[in-house]
Structures are given as structure tokens and as C-alpha cells.
Ligand binder design. Structure first.
Ligand SMILES: Cc1cc2nc3c(=O)[nH]c(=O)nc-3n(C[C@H](O)[C@H](O)[C@H](O)COP(=O)(O)OP(=O)(O)OC[C@H]3O[C@@H](n4cnc5c(N)ncnc54)[C@H](O)[C@@H]3O)c2cc1C
Length: 467
């Protein structure tokens, strides 16, 4: 790791010249927010030395050039909703917040695209598209507080990834400031391209380690006209998860297939103080489908009802979308109310292995007497397996969690899976990444990082270590 210098008052003055005095802060109280993301374990928190609020790519380019000259680390910050401590300034230095870059710049209804600045909230992207009768398909559960730049940087998934893909699939191209402070446009408003390396795909999902995204051109779609949400309730996890492959095999392409285990249903019920159907024993599968017409929706619903009932469902209900999605999106906060400290595993396996993962993971957590809460973007094999610390001592928690993770990730990799389906590696999973990723793959990643960021200035200490 580079030998970084400290931020001096002279450097702060230079930052003031770039972005203006009111857009720079060194006030510890104001900077506290930027010392953490939504990972609540205080051990992952680190204070920045200065936070800046630029509003143009040119300003960010100047900041990067200055940081290279003075060997000061820089971390880009979106909504701060990450769960991997990726936006935490591990070595202090400068945090570049995109808060002021929050404008929708253009919506083209004919060509169906939208140009946005990185600090636009994801919900506002969806709303802006809807106002023009169009649809932005990205839908992370944190949409009310994360921003689109953060979504691109983490390649956020979410509820609709099974049908529409992750954020990567919603992006035509973007403008990015490189670690050395140059401005470049990657990708393009094209349906295909074989014009050298796909650098856009390299930067997307790189968790702010290869560039700071300053403008994004997003793909829009026609607004689906006929949509239904079904809630299928099963007495066992095996029956609930078992339905996923059957739904996909039946030729229906659902927009969402989400899972919540019974303990999570109870936790959400308690948190929202709102009775959930069959919460005494029920494990939930929420299925959303779109149709060409009312008849099409009716046919799909009948088929899904048959499939679920044959698989042992207690009941299949037409769900109130507002209520059921509020319940699903409350999963994290509800679990957090039970235990502020928890390990939020985000593993992903091939869809046909998700039942095996759930089964064996439950066995392993029982062995360690862990309390768990499980929700899953089941349709794309991504399981949010939260292990709650509760009132365990620090020492017991640390040693048990380490042993648990060892078993669980050996299992995940044996099943053909990976460490993270959507939350990323950040700082939190760096150690696991070093242990489980293919060493050659890591070598390639390190070589890319060193080539693009020779001074290791941009978001250092994330994903993997580089010497
Ligand atoms: C309640 C809750 C539900 C969630 N649900 C989902 C979900 O369904 N799917 C999912 O994928 N994630 C989910 N997350 C995780 C998180 O919301 C996503 O990772 C999101 O994409 C992070 O966006 P952000 O704006 O908050 O980014 P931040 O947390 O601010 O930053 C995340 C990373 O992106 C980098 N970054 C931010 N902006 C830029 C930029 N302009 N240029 C370059 N790098 C940048 C940062 O340096 C950091 O490495 C959830 C989180 C919470 C708290």
C-alpha cells in the first residue's frame, strides 16, 4: 500500500479554490456521516480528513490530479447505503461526495434513454421515467436512499434482476474521471460494440476503485401495463425455494421471485407492527409477473397458483403490491432492530443450487447456535443470509463467525457460487476475497488496478490488497 500523506491546511485551501469554500468541510461532526456506510459494525468505520462537494467532472478531475501530486487517497461517495464498507475512507484523505450532482439532464422519449448525474436517487430515476410513461428497470431495495452513481459503481442488483438484469444492463454508457484525473466517456448509446476492451463493464461494479462516474446514460423501457404480485406461502423453506426452478422451467419469465423465511416474516411483522398472512409458520415467495393483457395475466396467475399448490403451498394470494413490497424492503431494518451488529452474507449460487445452499447453510448455522434471518432474490440465486450477534460477547462472536464463514464459503464455492451477488466486496469482505477468489483472477485484477491507478490513490484497500 502506498505511503499516503496527511491532508494539510494548504491542501484544504487548494480544494477550496477548486470547489468553493462552502463545498468543503473539515468539521468532524459533519464528516461523521462519511465515516461509514450502512454496515453498522463500528470496526469498519474510518473518518475522512476532508469532504468535498464538487458539481462538475472538471472539478473532480482537478481533485484527482491534486491527490496524485500530494499522494492523498480519495474515496467517491454516493448515498452511503452500501453494505460492504466500500465507501469508507480507510486511510482518511478526501471523500468526494456526489450530493450536488443530482440532476436529471435529459430524457429522450423517442430513443428511450435518460441522461443523469451520479447523485440522483434511484427512486427519482424511476419516477422521472414514469412521468414520461417509461420504465427504469433497476430496483435495489435501497432505492429511496441510494443514488444511481453508487448503483453503477456496485453494479447493484435488486428485485427485478431476474428479468431485466443488474444495473450494468440498464446502462448505455457514462462519463468517468480516471484515477489520474482524466475525463473519458465509456460505452455509448449502442446496442452492440466490439471496439476494443469493454472498459465500461470493467468500471461498472469496480466499487469506485477505477474511476469516479460523473454522468450516466440509462436505458429506458416501455412501462409494463399489466402487472400482478402473488404471495405464495409455504410451510417449509425447501418447498418455498423448490418452487423457483419450477416457475422458471414453466416458461414464465417473472419480473421478481423473492423469498423470506418464516423467522424473517415474523421479524418484519414485529418491526412494522402489521399482521402478515400465515406468519405463524409461513415461508414467503413473492412472484411478480407482467403480461400482454388481462387475459395473459390471468393465465399466468392460474399456472403459478397450480405450480405453488402442487409444491405444497398453504395459500397463494394476490398481494397488495404496496404492502408486500414494503414488507420485503423492511427486511434489513427489521433484522437490525433485533441486533445492530450482524454479519450480512450476500452469497450467490447457480439458481438450481439455491435449495442445497439454503439447506446446508441452515445446518451450519444451527451448529454454531446462530440466530439467522434470510431473504433472497431467489430467482437469481442471491441469498441474503444475516447472522445476528445479539448479546454474544465480542470474543465469542468473532471466533464463531470466522469458523462459520469458513464452512459457508467452502460450501458456496463447492456449489459453483461466489462471495457476493450484489453488495460487493468493499473493505468488509476483502479478507474473504483474498482467501476464496482464484489467485490468477486476483493477479489480473491487481495488474489492472496498478495500471490505471499507479499511485493507488482511488479507494485504496478495497476488494483486494495491492502492494
Ligand atoms: C435497506 C438496504 C437495501 C439494499 N438492497 C439492495 C439491493 O436490493 N440490491 C443491491 O445491489 N444492493 C442493495 N443494497 C446495498 C446498496 O444500497 C447498493 O450497493 C447501492 O448500489 C449503493 O449505492 P450508494 O449510492 O448508496 O453507494 P455508496 O454506499 O455511497 O458507495 C458504494 C460504492 O460505490 C462507490 N461510488 C459511489 N458513487 C460513485 C461514483 N459516482 N463513482 C464511482 N464510485 C462511486 C463508492 O466509492 C463505494 O465503493 C441495500 C442496502 C440497504 C441499506
Amino acid at each position: 500500500m502506498a505511503d499516503y500523506r496527511r491532508v494539510t491546511s494548504v491542501l484544504v485551501e487548494e480544494l477550496v479554490k477548486i470547489v468553493g469554500a462552502k463545498n468543503v468541510t473539515v468539521d468532524p461532526e459533519k464528516m461523521e456521516t462519511y465515516s461509514h456506510d450502512e454496515e453498522t459494525d463500528p470496526r469498519y468505520q474510518h473518518m475522512p480528513e476532508v469532504v468535498v462537494f464538487p458539481d462538475t467532472a472538471a472539478q473532480i478531475a482537478e481533485i484527482m490530479q491534486l491527490a496524485n501530486r500530494e499522494l492523498i487517497p480519495v474515496v467517491a461517495r454516493g448515498g452511503g447505503t452500501g453494505l460492504a464498507a466500500a465507501a469508507v475512507p480507510l486511510f482518511g484523505g478526501i471523500v468526494v461526495s456526489t450530493e450536488r450532482m443530482n440532476q436529471v439532464l435529459e430524457i429522450d422519449e423517442e430513443a428511450m434513454y435518460m441522461v443523469v448525474q451520479p447523485g440522483v436517487r434511484t427512486d427519482d430515476v424511476q419516477k422521472a421515467a414514469k412521468e414520461k410513461g417509461m420504465f427504469y428497470a433497476g430496483d435495489p431495495c435501497s432505492g429511496d436512499s441510494c443514488v444511481i452513481g453508487g448503483n453503477v459503481a456496485t453494479n447493484a442488483g435488486g428485485n427485478r434482476a431476474i428479468k431485466y438484469g443488474t444495473t450494468r444492463n440498464q446502462v448505455y454508457g457514462f462519463e468517468v474521471v480516471t484515477p489520474l484525473g482524466k475525463i473519458v466517456r465509456l460505452g455509448g448509446r449502442l446496442e452492440k460494440s466490439t471496439t476494443g476492451y469493454s472498459l465500461d463493464h470493467l468500471v461498472m461494479g469496480s466499487e469506485g476503485t477505477l474511476g469516479i462516474i460523473t454522468e450516466i446514460t440509462l436505458r429506458l423501457k416501455p412501462m409494463p401495463q399489466n402487472v400482478i404480485d402473488l404471495l405464495a406461502i409455504f410451510p417449509t423453506i425447501d418447498q418455498a425455494i423448490g418452487i423457483v426452478a419450477k416457475v422458471i422451467k414453466a416458461g414464465i419469465t417473472p419480473t421478481c421471485v423473492e423469498f423470506m423465511d418464516n423467522a424473517t416474516v415474523k421479524s418484519v411483522e414485529h418491526f412494522l407492527k402489521a399482521k402478515q398472512p400465515h406468519s405463524d409458520v409461513g415461508n414467503y415467495i413473492i412472484i411478480q409477473v407482467e403480461g400482454q393483457s388481462d387475459e395473459d395475466i390471468e393465465d399466468k396467475s392460474v399456472l403459478l397458483d397450480e405450480l405453488c399448490m402442487t409444491n405444497g403451498a398453504l395459500e397463494v394470494l394476490v398481494a397488495d403490491p404496496a404492502k408486500i413490497w414494503h414488507a420485503r424492503k423492511s427486511f434489513l431494518e427489521a433484522a437490525r432492530e433485533e441486533s445492530l451488529i450482524q454479519s450480512k452474507e450476500d452469497m450467490v449460487v447457480p439458481v438450481n443450487r439455491i435449495a442445497a445452499l439454503m439447506h446446508e447453510a441452515a445446518e451450519i448455522s444451527r451448529k454454531y447456535s446462530f440466530i439467522t434471518r434470510i431473504a433472497s432474490h431467489a430467482g437469481d440465486g442471491n441469498v441474503h443470509f444475516h447472522v445476528l450477534k445479539g448479546d454474544m460477547s465480542e470474543q465469542e462472536w468473532d471466533s464463531k463467525l470466522k469458523a462459520f464463514q469458513k464452512e459457508i464459503y467452502v460450501l458456496v464455492y463447492k456449489l459453483g457460487g461466489k462471495l457476493s451477488g450484489e453488495h460487493g466486496i468493499g473493505y468488509k469482505r476483502r479478507q474473504l476475497m483474498e482467501e476464496y477468489a482464484d489467485p490468477v483472477e486476483l493477479e489480473m485484477m491487481r495488474a489492472i488496478k496498478k495500471a490505471l491507478d499507479p499511485n493507488l490513490i482511488l479507494n485504496p484497500g478495497k476488494i483486494f490488497l495491492v502492494e
